[in-house]
Design a protein around this ligand. Structure first.
Ligand SMILES: C[S@@+](CC[C@H](N)C(=O)[O-])C[C@H]1O[C@@H](n2cnc3c(N)ncnc32)[C@H](O)[C@@H]1O
Length: 213
């Protein structure tokens, strides 16, 4: 298995960089975020309170809220610039009443617990950025309410992308920083959790972790 290479770009910062990222993300909204929405709907959580972790530009949160009027979303993000841009987008979509963005580092146990309990806690394309995934996952599990679901969807460190001779490509760097199922299993073992699923997803450099409480 190729060795994991940490990606130090934990947060995209600088309002102009964030705006550029948001424009790029909007272009892939239908295809990419559409597939994330499908995965989330397949969990059959229905309406309720959702928590999105590493919520970026707010595009997915908006899609989810527009899809189901009974969903309320708290979206947490470590980058305050990202939160500024996301809030503008949420206002533009007139979803301010159902989506709130909070600047917060998901490793912060106290602040995470203050958010309350949720029917669904989900995170997309963020886990490979977490400096301490065990801490973050532990925090996320604590805020999933009884009968609720934790869903983490992220890249997988596949060798056929890992070894492509690209340097400084955000996507390939992220692949190199992503986790393999055995590493995820070790994290869950250390957390004392043994009921969860790791599913490989199309396109096969993606995977999901699902925990039902
Ligand atoms: C690759 S982006 C994905 C954003 C969004 N989920 C999407 O799919 O467009 C990862 C996001 O996670 C955020 N992030 C990284 N570490 C975090 C942490 N510890 N707590 C909260 N957000 C974090 C980054 O700032 C970044 O916006």
């Amino acid at each position: 298995m190729p060795k994991r290479i940490e990606s130090h770009e934990e947060a995209i910062s600088g309002i102009e960089n964030v705006r550029q990222y948001a424009e790029m993300a909007k272009k892939s909204a239908k295809v990419m975020y559409g597939s994330f929405l499908k995965h989330i709907k397949s969990l059959s959580v229905g309406g309720g309170n959702y928590l999105e972790v590493g919520a970026g530009t707010g595009i997915l949160a908006a899609m989810i809220a527009e899809d189901d009027p009974d969903v309320h979303i708290t979206a947490v993000e470590i980058s305050s610039d990202m939160v500024t841009v996301a809030r503008e987008y949420i206002e533009e979509r007139k979803l301010g009443g159902r989506i709130r963005f909070v600047t917060l580092d998901a490793t912060d146990e106290e602040l995470m617990e203050e958010l309350g309990e949720f029917d669904l806690v989900y995170s997309i394309l963020a886990m490979h950025h977490w400096k301490d995934p065990e801490k973050v996952i532990g925090n996320l599990l604590k805020v999933v309410g009884a009968g609720g679901v934790l869903f983490i969807h992220d890249l997988r460190r596949v060798w056929w992308l890992y070894y492509l001779p690209f340097r400084g490509s955000g996507f390939i760097d992220s692949i190199r920083a992503a986790y393999m199922p055995d590493e995820i299993k070790s994290i869950f073992q250390r957390l004392g959790i043994n009921r969860y699923e790791i599913k490989r997803r199309f396109p096969y450099f993606m995977q999901s972790i699902i925990v039902r409480k």
